[in-house]
Design a protein around this ligand. Structure first.
Ligand SMILES: NC(=O)c1ccc[n+]([C@@H]2O[C@H](COP(=O)([O-])OP(=O)(O)OC[C@H]3O[C@@H](n4cnc5c(N)ncnc54)[C@H](O)[C@@H]3O)[C@@H](O)[C@H]2O)c1
Length: 429
């Protein structure tokens, strides 16, 4: 199969999450016969009704169109993989105690292996520690099927670069890397992805492609750690790190990232640990992780200093933003959590305002009006665009105190009646 791709293929996509479901929809939209396999029967039922299980622009339309056309359906049963031409594994790979939790991937491989047929192409899309595809994924599939990878069936890793909120367009247009367990596997994976991807598809081996995915995110984590180090220097030197970054980035070969009150999400803070699991000797990566993880506590320190340096007992503090980045509701590994917990530990009452978030486990949520009532200080944690439009004079009237700590470089100068401090803002002291 997949030597030429003139015939309609049967493609099974295992794991109908943020990555698997859009990929399944795109292959169905390209005319292939797609079956999504998921362990969650609720998710399978929703997909079969053509309803999106999570918000993503354009997803519901492409999903319902392909379910109606009978090109896409979902099931909890791996039996569907028996006659598949290709199986995509889009399983979660979270981190527990700085190690990859491989349990989802192992369970999926164990379920797939007895149904794997000769000639099938298996592609791992999950972000993994280098060596995973060639290691336990290959072993589990070979042991359970009695087939040989690279000879009887084909095996590749194809990492995903798409960003939630723009997943469908990025899956179509981004360049991709496919890493095969051998050249034949990479070539077949390239052919498969060329059905949905207009960007260039580069072929390599699977350990390289696993490393490439990590290198992309670690580059950003290290770059942010550097910017955060500059932020601390700027505070000491009496200048704004945001001016330094903006002006340094006018150099054609410099691309400094934004410093701030911490790095969150399910990718950037995790991927260094994936690499360190395979290569434990890095001196740089643990240090960068430590710098970025320390930034929420640095913001808490700035806030405490601005409030006079004493106990925070009896103080009310408003956090602006609890999601890990602007304009989304995702709170995974958000720096708002360690910041809120540090303030609470010092005795402060913490109330959070976030236009995108409906539920938060580490702080009470309230509209800005109510949150500001009697508050001593405000900390800007997420640069939601709505926070650019705040009428600070109205907020000031409700507050007891007058402190703002800006963790994201949102405010250029103190709004009237406020004392402004900020991460990297030595220019304000
Ligand atoms: N979400 C992103 O933006 C993004 C971007 C790039 C890479 N990735 C990587 O892609 C992978 C998948 O991430 P995601 O965000 O799509 O995950 P997700 O949590 O949104 O979805 C995973 C799905 O897998 C299902 N599942 C779990 N165990 C299963 C099993 N044994 N059999 C069948 N289904 C099972 C779950 O029910 C869930 O629906 C991860 O490795 C992640 O790091 C994600």
């Amino acid at each position: 199969m997949l030597e030429g791709v003139e015939t309609v293929l049967k493609i099974c996509v295992v794991g109908l999450g943020y990555i698997g479901l859009p990929a399944a929809c795109l292959f169905a939209d390209a005319g292939e016969r797609v079956v999504g396999i998921d362990a969650s029967s609720e998710r399978v039922a929703l997909v079969n009704e053509g309803k999106q299980p999570f918000p993503e622009p354009g997803l519901e339309q492409i999903l319902s169109r392909n379910v109606s056309a009978k090109r896409l359906r979902a099931s909890t049963d791996y039996k569907e993989c028996k006659d598949a031409d290709a199986v995509l594994l889009c399983l979660p790979t979270p981190i527990t105690d700085k190690k990859m939790d491989s349990s989802f991937l192992r369970a999926a491989c164990a379920s797939l292996a007895p149904r794997l047929r000769a000639g099938c192409l298996v592609v791992l899309e999950s972000t993994v520690s280098p060596g995973t595809t060639r290691g336990f994924v290959r072993e589990l599939l070979e042991r359970g099927s009695g087939l040989k990878a690279g000879k009887d069936f084909f095996l590749a890793h194809c990492p995903e670069r798409a960003i939630p909120g723009n997943t469908l367009r990025e899956m179509r247009e981004n360049e991709r890397v496919v890493g095969g367990i051998n050249a034949e596997s990479a070539a077949r994976a390239k052919k498969l992805y060329s059905l949905i991807c207009k960007g260039e598809i580069a072929e390599t081996n699977c350990t390289t492609s696993e490393f490439v995915k990590l290198a992309e995110n670690i580059y950003r984590d290290v770059n942010i750690a550097l910017a955060n180090d500059f932020a601390l220097a700027a505070e000491r030197l009496g200048v704004s790190v945001f001016d330094v970054v903006r002006l340094a980035n006018k150099h054609p070969r410099v691309h400094l990232h934004a410093p701030g009150a911490g790095v969150g999400g399910h990718c950037i803070p995790l991927d260094s640990w994936f690499l360190m699991e395979a290569y434990g000797d890095s001196r740089l990566l643990p240090l960068c992780r430590q710098i970025n993880d320390s930034m929420p506590l640095h913001a808490a320190r700035l806030l405490k200093q601005a409030l006079g340096g004493g106990s925070l007992k009896g103080k009310k503090i408003v956090l602006l933003g609890v999601s890990f980045k602007p304009e989304i509701d995702d709170q995974r590994a958000t720096p708002a959590e360690p910041l809120a917990l540090a303030l609470k530990k010092e005795g402060a009452a913490v109330v959070a305002v976030d236009p995108f978030v409906k539920k938060c486990v580490f702080a009470e949520l309230a509209p800005l009006d109510a949150a500001a009532e009697g508050a001593d200080a405000v900390a800007i944690v997420t640069a939601h665009s709505a926070f650019q439009k705040i009428k600070w004079s109205d907020v000031r009237k409700k507050m007891r105190g007058n402190v703002i700590v800006d963790g994201r470089g949102v405010l250029k100068k103190a709004p009237e009646g406020f004392v402004l401090r900020g991460v990297g803002r030595g220019d304000l002291n």
